[in-house]
Design a protein around this ligand. Structure first.
Ligand SMILES: [Zn+2]
Length: 506
């Protein structure tokens, strides 16, 4: 009896061990049998996990009858996002893991947890292998995620030094948002980039760039991040347009390439708990992936497209307390601008009623004094809750004063219940106590409350203003896409990609 127990235990231990060995062996074999992939794309949705993908999918199905390209990719797998020092990662640590293949601490960029040891990114490996490199993002180009592919710094906040690493990278194409934390004069990084052989194009020049004339390109659509997808003015380039430009430019070089594209604003609207703005960014990002997929279908034996997220943002859930088994995600179509933009609209309306805000400087002489006197009687004016209702209805479709006798409103409609309306009124009174501004800026209580109620009516819930530890989905299509299967660490993505870009291409 005893003997067979130990024998069974030993056999069990042997089996368990061999299962682990088999898995490790399978992965090693997979990476040994890689095929040459001339064109490698990596797309990173910042703050994009399964809820973000499914919300955008459902919205897209309901409004256009079509799902997302990323959700239709043949290879789908799970990726764990935790960093070296935290179950919940930031974008610097996750960017570093995805780019370099080693986990580091939150805040570190392209370096080990000690803040010193440099980690080599897949883009740097690819460049050594003779590939052309493109790095693109919809936010600032020296932000954490793109930075992880070319920079090495103990802190993601050292924007200027990260930008210096960018201009010294020798990478072929940078596109999307501009630099943040730049300096003037001789320290201007755009000027230094030009000295290093980059053709730098700015906003209006972007569509006119002569791809054949440039050696290296730095195409900044804006000083900072690109506009929110939901607020983008007609005719402005989206991240998909930059992706197309990057492919056209790198193709002219007649070399294998590696391209990383970040959808950076998904995260921003996750932090802001703004579902409609969030899903428009995911759809924008999906369109950029579709550009690469079109290219991949023209070069099916040479191309790999990988899509991942760096972490989840906002603790988003699809289903809210009182919506039960119904979902009303299509209601999000009624939101006409981002929460960011709505805050501006509220302030502009208040300015039109109360007069311009005083910035706290003592009035200067002459004209300014006269202006101040002229403006003085306006200070007696007050803004009322009724003044703000039409603005809310116009931008969110929310309907005031139509709840029934018991204060209820039909589910799946944008009619506000009595208690929802009271919450908005309370927020109004916080932002404009006694109809006056609460102070400089006045806070954004109205926008935050309106967006929260609107999202809940559309059956979207949020649990956090920060990131969460939910795994992300990694999708792949094309040559070697089979190695992106199972559940693995974000650092494994870089290990796989480094192996893939190192296979010689004839
Ligand atoms: Zn974030």
């Amino acid at each position: 009896m005893k003997r067979s127990f130990f024998a069974a235990l030993a056999a069990g231990a042997f089996l368990a061990l061999s299962a682990v060995q088999v898995a490790a062996q399978t992965e090693a074999d997979q990476l040994k049998n890689l095929k040459p992939a001339k064109y490698v794309f990596l797309f990173i949705g910042d703050g994009m996990s399964l809820p973000q993908r499914m919300m955008a999918e459902e919205f897209s199905m309901k409004t256009t009858g079509k799902g997302l390209t990323i959700n239709a990719m043949p290879q789908q797998s799970y990726t764990k996002s935790s960093s070296a020092n935290s179950f919940i990662t930031d974008s610097a640590a996750s960017g570093t893991a995805i780019a370099c293949g080693e986990k580091t601490n939150n805040q570190r960029l392209g370096v080990a947890p000690d803040g010193k040891r440099k980690l080599e990114s897949v883009a740097e490996v690819a460049k050594k292998q003779g590939r052309a490199i493109g790095i693109l993002t919809s936010i600032t180009i020296n932000h954490a995620t793109p930075g992880a592919f070319y920079a090495h710094n103990e802190s993601r906040d050292n924007y200027y030094d990260i930008g210096k690493d960018l201009v010294n990278s020798g990478f072929d194409y940078f596109g999307g948002g501009g630099l943040q934390g730049n300096r003037n004069g001789d320290n201007d990084l755009y000027k230094i980039a030009e000295e290093k052989g980059y053709t730098v194009a700015y906003k209006d020049e972007v569509p006119k760039v002569d791809l054949k004339k440039a050696d290296k390109l730095f195409v900044r659509g804006h000083n900072g991040a690109l506009p929110n997808a939901i607020d983008r003015p007609e005719g402005e380039w989206a991240i998909a347009d930059y992706t197309k430009q990057c492919i056209d430019f790198l193709t002219l070089k007649n070399k294998p390439f590696f391209v990383m594209v970040e959808g950076g604003n998904i995260d921003h609207h996750g932090h802001g708990n703004d579902a409609a703005a969030n899903l428009r960014e995911t759809i924008d990002f999906d369109k950029a992936v579709a550009v690469a997929m079109d290219f991949a279908k023209k070069h099916p034996n040479d191309t790999l497209v990988v899509v991942t997220g760096d972490h989840e943002t906002g603790g988003m859930t699809l289903g809210f307390a009182n919506t039960e088994y119904s979902s009303y995600i299509q209601l999000l179509e009624n939101q006409k601008c981002s929460g960011d933009e709505f805050k501006n609209k509220v302030n502009r309306l208040a300015d039109s009623i109360l007069g311009p805000r005083r910035m706290g400087f003592p009035p200067r002489r002459d004209q300014d004094n006269q202006d101040a006197q002229a403006a003085a009687p306006q200070e007696e004016k007050t803004i009322k809750f009724d003044d703000i209702k039409p603005l809310i209805t116009e931008n969110f479709g929310l309907v005031f004063d139509k709840f029934d006798n018991r204060g209820n409103a039909p589910k799946g409609s944008l009619t506000l219940t009595r208690s929802e309306q009271e919450r908005i009124e309370e927020a109004f009174n916080r932002q404009f106590p006694d109809g006056k501004r609460a102070g400089i800026g006045g806070g954004d209580a109205i926008t935050n409350t309106v967006v929260a109620i609107f999202d809940n009516k559309a059956s979207i819930g949020w649990t956090s203003g920060a990131h969460t530890a939910l795994p992300v989905d990694t999708s792949a299509y094309g040559v070697n896409s089979n190695v992106f299967s199972g559940m693995y660490e974000n650092s494994d993505i870089a290990k796989k990609l480094k192996a893939i870009v190192s296979v010689p291409v004839k």
